[in-house]
Design a protein around this ligand. Structure first.
Ligand SMILES: [Zn+2]
Ligand SMILES: [Zn+2]
Length: 131
């Protein structure tokens, strides 16, 4: 097995975050990488994720059950968070490209980023309710 140094761990963590659209938690990333990187610690994952956040490479979407959920996709898009299963979905949302931002800037507020979250029941969970 390949030996993992400091920067290759960093890359592995970043690649794992970007390889999924499930908006993982740090713990999820840790559990996925642990079999390949036996000496990886959860603290290392948290530290690197904090670093990526500061560098603007990833963003925090929301908190589900006390865990921060992160996104490697930093292009503007909205999210739907299921109150039942805790899944975080990317959703297509015209509101995100609306020009309310320019309306706001007319009142002195300069919008630098926009973040829209929807909470509810996802299709998978509402399906289970019917059956
Ligand atoms: Zn659900
Ligand atoms: Zn997303």
């Amino acid at each position: 097995m390949a030996k993992h140094n400091f920067s290759s761990k960093r890359n592995a963590i970043y690649d794992m975050v970007c390889s999924t659209d499930t908006h993982p938690s740090a713990r999820w990333v840790y559990e996925k990488l642990k079999p390949d990187i036996p000496d990886l610690s959860l603290g290392t994952v948290y530290r690197n994720i904090a670093l990526f956040k500061n560098e603007g490479k990833i963003r925090v979407v929301c908190n589900v059950n006390g865990e921060e959920r992160i996104d490697g996709d930093i292009t503007p898009h909205s999210h739907f968070i299921c109150n039942k299963c805790g899944n975080v979905y990317d959703i297509c949302d015209k509101q995100i490209t609306s020009d309310f931002s320019s309306e706001l800037s007319g009142t002195g507020y300069i919008v630098e980023s926009k973040f829209i979250l929807y909470y509810g029941i996802c299709p998978e969970c509402s399906e289970k309710k019917i059956h």
